[in-house]
Design a protein around this ligand. Structure first.
Ligand code: ADP
Ligand code: MG
Length: 243
């Protein structure tokens, strides 16, 4: 479980996120949603320690993040960013192996893990020798997911993983991703700006605006009982996608 307590992060005196209180439950999928610039990516970066909070506390299974060994902790987190973040000059196989090699995991274990993940993400073995630029956007995101799962992390963070894909590929990957989340039973935090996607994936949705949480709850709660005008407007603006 990940807990944020009164977490604030400022850039040049302006709050990217402000007094955030949120819980990301174990084995559940929590979706962060809200307009561009509302602080979604900042929350993921705070959880991965890519940026540090100016105030407040982040706890992982009850332990304060600042006391946790960063190297061990990074091992327990898989992170997929929108553009995938693959290294263009490395083959798919080398992209996948990079982190495991840093942790001195033996070659046989790494290769076994790759085999498992190829099946899980429906990638053919023949793709391993290719370079990222030789794959389609959807395949690249499958590889990014594979890479994030290589060390079998407890927590999986995904920042708009399907944002750049065309609708058909996106639909296919949504379906596969949901199956994967269900099968792996990990703590998933996913960012999207698409409400229908949020509803599809989420056990809990956290809707943000201007660095603050406006409403959080199950998709049904959010859709049926929007607590203020902003939530209502946000839902109405995307209604055609949800119904
Ligand atoms: P979102 O992911 O919801 O689009 P972000 O978390 O990326 O939003 O950004 C939240 C706010 O913080 C935005 O106003 C953005 O401009 C600002 N911000 C994010 N990263 C930086 C940075 N490295 N330097 C300065 N401002 C930043
Ligand atoms: Mg973002």
């Amino acid at each position: 479980m990940i807990q944020l307590e009164e977490v604030t992060k400022n850039y040049s005196g302006k709050s990217a996120v402000k007094n955030i209180n949120a819980v990301f439950e174990k084995s559940q999928t929590t979706v962060l949603i809200g307009p561009s610039g509302c602080g979604k990516s900042t929350i993921l970066k705070l959880i991965t320690c890519l940026v540090n909070a100016d105030s407040g506390t982040i706890k992982i299974d009850g332990e304060n993040l600042i006391t946790i060994n960063l190297r061990d902790f990074r091992r327990s987190i898989g992170y997929v960013i929108q553009e995938g973040g693959l290294f263009d000059h490395l083959s798919i196989e080398d992209n996948l192996k990079l982190a495991s090699q840093n942790f001195y995991i033996n070659e046989e274990t790494i290769n076994d893990r790759i085999e498992q993940l190829l099946a899980l993400t429906k990638i053919e073995n023949g793709q391993l020798q290719k370079f990222p630029s030789q794959l389609s956007g959807g395949q690249r995101q499958r590889i990014s997911l594979m890479r994030a799962l290589m060390l079998d992390p407890e927590i999986l963070l995904l920042d708009e993983p399907l944002g750049a894909l065309d609708p058909l590929i996106r639909f296919e990957l949504q379906t596969d991703l949901k199956e994967i989340f269900t099968e792996l039973n990990k703590t998933v935090v996913m960012v999207t700006h698409d409400l229908s996607e949020a509803v599809y994936f989420a056990d809990k949705i956290i809707l943000m605006k201007d660095g603050e949480i406006v409403q959080s709850g199950s998709p049904e709660e959010l859709l049926k009982n929007p607590t203020n005008r902003f939530v209502q407007k946000f839902i109405t603006a995307q209604r055609s996608h949800v119904e």
